[in-house]
Design a protein around this ligand. Structure first.
Ligand SMILES: Nc1ncnc2c1ncn2[C@@H]1O[C@H](COP(=O)(O)OP(=O)(O)OP(=O)(O)O)[C@@H](O)[C@H]1O
Length: 356
């Protein structure tokens, strides 16, 4: 089922929660809505589900308008952050619920329901837990039950609102790998809301970055990470170093130093900020042209990655570089060393790129 969101706007009182949001999701896609708290992710999900009405705009499923359709008629499965399981029902009954409450005409037989529920419980690896109650399960197990329950009614669209938000990091990672697999097996068009960039980058086919009720960028995980279109997306998707200065004759002048930026087509003398990812900060032990002197202020070993904090004394600013263990060993860095850095890849933004 494809989903077409056309020019959707929504206000709560005078607050604009969604502003002219348009998005086309292909059948079978797994899309992440990523953005900070209050950016409108949940509101958009609720408008798609029919739990909230938009002020303007259209929601189409396979080309058919859903605006007048009740949530129940939209064939949508919903999984929330806080496992909305029925506490007084066993795992089996929770998963069976959506099938049992169907009108007699479309309700499967008792045996069919049993087979279906057990098949789903096997899928979520909880076949031995069917008689337990939600309070007898861990958080991760409860979320797996919630997913099995959402899938039981064979929805055409699966909407997940921070499904793993309340779980610890290890369980989250396990469940998202598992969500990806489930999605690859079933191909249900799925949209999941998260404010965790790593989760979005790890799981989604496409990422929709939201800010202040608007879409900032849509793209593959690699695209939004490698080619952020705005300072907001750069900041939100990973750590970044800023080189503040002004543009002059194809160079970004910052402090006493200059970086070549031949691709930037703007007037001279414009204020600008260069954005550089930590792994694009190149460290030299000797002063080569175009490098900036810095002092190693902190070294943090993170498994195969080494984070190096560098103090730029001319501007009294800190930079963060990320090295592989091998690069780090070759450089033989120690806290207090004076070294020289150069951005390998830098994206320059001018004031009009800053939306806030
Ligand atoms: N029913 C409502 N009444 C009034 N304001 C609302 C309502 N629902 C949401 N809002 C406001 O709309 C804005 C967007 O909320 P929304 O829940 O969509 O954001 P979000 O990106 O999902 O944030 P979070 O990650 O914190 O859940 C927020 O400022 C919120 O306070």
């Amino acid at each position: 089922m494809s989903i077409h969101i056309k020019n959707v706007s929504k206000k709560f009182g005078s607050f604009q929660a969604l502003e002219d949001v348009s998005l086309h999701i292909q059948s079978g896609e797994l899309v992440a809505l990523l953005g900070p708290s209050g950016s409108g992710k949940t509101s958009l999900l609720r408008v798609i589900a029919g739990l909230e009405t938009s002020d303007v705009g259209e929601i189409l499923f396979d080309g058919q308008s859903m605006i007048d359709r009740h949530p129940k008629e939209r064939n949508v499965g919903f999984v929330f952050q806080h496992y909305a399981l029925f506490r007084h029902m066993t795992v089996f009954d929770n998963v069976a619920y959506g099938l049992k409450v169907r009108p007699r005409k479309t309700r499967p037989s008792k045996l069919e329901i049993k087979n279906k529920v057990m098949e789903l419980l096997r899928l979520v690896k909880l076949e031995n837990f069917s008689d337990r109650y939600p309070t007898q399960l861990s958080g991760g197990q409860r979320q797996r039950v919630a997913l099995a329950r959402a899938l039981a009614v064979e929805p055409k669209v699966l909407l997940l609102d921070e499904p793993f938000g309340a779980l610890d990091a290890k369980v989250r990672k396990e469940l998202r790998r598992w969500l990806r697999k489930l999605h690859d097996d079933f191909h249900i068009t799925s949209i999941f809301v998260t404010h965790d960039q790593e989760e979005a980058l790890d799981v989604a086919d496409r990422i929709v970055v939201m800010n202040n009720g608007k879409i900032e960028q849509i793209g593959s995980p690699d695209d939004v990470y490698t080619n952020p279109k705005s300072p907001f997306v750069y900041d939100f998707l990973g750590n970044v170093n800023l080189f503040k200065g002004r543009l002059h004759n194809g160079k970004l002048l910052h402090g006493e130093f200059a970086i070549d930026v031949p691709d930037v087509q703007v007037h001279t003398e414009d204020h600008a900020v260069g954005y550089v990812r930590p792994h694009d900060i190149h460290i030299e032990k000797t002063n080569v042209s175009g490098t900036v002197p810095v002092k190693v202020s902190h070294i943090h070993l993170l498994g195969p990655i080494v984070q190096v904090e560098l103090h730029r004394e001319d501007m009294d600013e800190f930079l963060e570089a990320e090295l592989t263990k091998e690069q780090f060993t070759n450089l033989q860095l120690k806290v207090g060393d004076h070294v020289f850095v150069k951005p390998k890849q830098l994206k320059v933004f001018i004031p009009e790129d800053f939306s806030i």
